[in-house]
Design a protein around this ligand. Structure first.
Ligand code: DUR
Ligand code: ZN
Length: 126
């Protein structure tokens, strides 16, 4: 699967975003090594910190289906430049060793980075 296809999947899931508080919709899609795609959107809560980001929704969906080996993740939002994942999502990407992060926006800007580039000096217990 090409990056543009994973971005298109993320864009589709962005339409399902539940963001009545921030009005900021985010979509994400993870590609597993088996070749399956799991999508996610941000899901907000009136108790703001309870909100789940699009990337973590997508990753947790994949893990829930028994998939823990990932090839890439794409995320998209209506940002001036390619949308960059928050720290919590980066930590989850470290946990599951997602090697490539494809950042995109609604204008068509795309930036691809490695996990090492986006999360240097990551916390690991061992
Ligand atoms: O990596 C991120 C950062 C933020 N958001 C969502 C959470 C919240 O609903 C909205 C504004 O922060 O964007 C994501 O989905 N992913
Ligand atoms: Zn996040």
């Amino acid at each position: 699967m090409e990056d543009k296809d994973l971005i298109a999947a993320a864009k589709k899931y962005r339409e399902n975003a539940y963001a009545p508080y921030s009005k900021f919709k985010v979509g994400a899609a993870v590609l597993t090594k088996k070749g399956n795609v799991y999508g996610g959107c941000n899901i907000e809560n009136s108790s703001f910190p309870v909100t789940n980001c699009a990337e973590r929704t997508a990753i947790f969906k994949a893990v829930s289906e028994g998939e823990q080996a990932f090839a890439a993740i794409a995320l998209i939002a209506d940002t001036p430049g390619p949308c960059s994942p928050c720290g919590a999502c980066r930590q989850v990407m470290v946990e599951f060793k997602i090697p490539r992060i494809i950042m995109a926006n609604m204008k068509g800007d795309v930036k691809v980075v490695t996990l090492e580039e986006i999360m240097p000096y990551a916390f690991t217990e061992f």
